[in-house]
Design a binder for this molecule. Structure first.
Ligand code: SAH
Length: 350
């Protein structure tokens, strides 16, 4: 595979352009063109420079090969082909406060959560910073956005993959997507979700990126958590809570817990009370969501009524919480339904 030009920051593109003996303004043209979602062959630069870039860099690191539109809520699911033939999925949702894109950070995932489709085939590979960014640039362009007037205003790193299992690439992506002069999506409009990799959560607190840190909790004690999340055998809930407190101390940002309601597993009133006890007094918010069923898995969603009761108990206990409605479930675009990729070794997408 060739290198990915979108991995580079504006400064790195300037250095590259200088090393090719080109004038400085070419760097601005290249950077702006990439931010507009252009392929290398579409960049407004002399053809010799385009040709020399194409010797080293991928023409189009991420290509939309399929778009599905939800008839229920207009949510779009995109199938992206990477240059090596791997495929990842992403989702675009229009809301009244802006438009949110859900991006993938790895091809597949190795965390093994029992409720999630992304991990069924394991982890195939990490995505590079530029591949992650190109999902945003490509969708922004496809949805009629520009660099100044963006179609994508909010990002959630909640597609396939565990962002903190691909730490360096994800942090590089975050610096580039928030950078001045680029597409510049503000950190406050970005949510990163982790299954709770404690050392990386702590490390991230010092990166100077004040985004919304979201942690997939899904249980109130380690034994129960380990039934659906293998990572619970490695990191304790108490250590996750300490890492969250540290994040708050360093960034001043409150954090969010994801809690997926699974019938017969974690969704009765006793669980709600235990969760409230665990989180009482913490500067956090709880996002409840009913399980989106995955056909390879036997787990069932909690009933709507039980979900509402769970929310009621949390609220009565003074915990800030919301019950999210699922979007895009008719196109398997809802949380936990994004798939691992198929690989086409010859790089040709059928
Ligand atoms: N690996 C990261 C990013 C995934 S984000 C993480 O674990 O947080 C996707 C969110 O959807 C996570 O909170 C995840 O636990 C949740 N999820 C996974 N499968 C789900 C399902 N079938 N129904 C509802 N939520 C699910």
């Amino acid at each position: 595979m060739k290198k990915i030009l979108q991995d580079l920051s504006k400064e790195e593109i300037a250095a590259l352009v200088a090393s090719l003996g080109e004038r400085t303004f070419r760097a601005d043209q290249i950077f702006l063109g990439l931010m507009q979602g252009k392929k290398i062959s579409e960049l407004p630069i002399p053809s010799a420079l385009r040709a020399s870039l194409l010797e080293t860099y991928e023409e189009e690191p991420v290509k939309i090969v399929e778009t599905l539109v939800s008839r229920e809520d207009g949510t779009k699911k995109f199938l992206f082909a990477l240059a090596d033939g791997n495929l990842v999925e992403g989702v675009f949702m229009r809301n009244n406060y802006g438009n949110t894109q859900c991006v993938s950070t790895q091809v597949g995932c190795r965390m093994g959560c029992k409720f999630c489709a992304s991990t069924l085939g394991g982890r195939v590979r990490d995505m590079t910073a530029g591949e992650i960014l190109s999902q945003v640039l490509t969708v922004n362009r496809a949805e009629g956005g520009t660099v100044k007037d963006r179609a994508v205003t909010n990002l959630v790193l909640m597609g396939s993959g565990e962002p903190f299992d691909n730490y360096e690439n994800v942090v590089r992506f975050l610096h580039n997507v928030t950078a001045e002069g680029g597409i510049r999506i503000g950190a406050r409009n970005i949510s990163l979700s982790t299954c709770g990799l404690v050392p990386e959560m702590r490390r991230f607190a010092s990166e100077g990126i004040g985004l919304n840190l979201t942690v997939s909790l899904h249980a109130t004690c380690d034994e129960e958590r380990a039934r659906t999340m293998p990572i619970a055998n490695k990191y304790k809930i108490s250590d996750i809570l300490d890492a969250c407190a540290y994040y708050f101390e360093k960034t001043g940002r409150r954090y969010i817990f994801e809690y997926t309601l699974i019938s017969g597993e974690n969704a009765d009133e006793a669980h709600a009370l235990a969760l409230a006890k665990l989180l009482k007094g913490r500067p956090c918010h709880v996002n409840l969501i009913r399980l989106n069923e995955v056909k390879e898995r036997s787990l069932k969603a909690a009933a709507e009524r039980d979900a509402r009761r769970f929310l009621e108990v949390l609220t009565q206990q003074g915990i800030s919480a919301t019950l999210r409605r699922s979007m895009g479930s008719d196109i398997a675009g809802a949380c936990g339904q994004l798939r691992f990729s198929r690989i086409f070794p010859d790089g040709k997408i059928p």
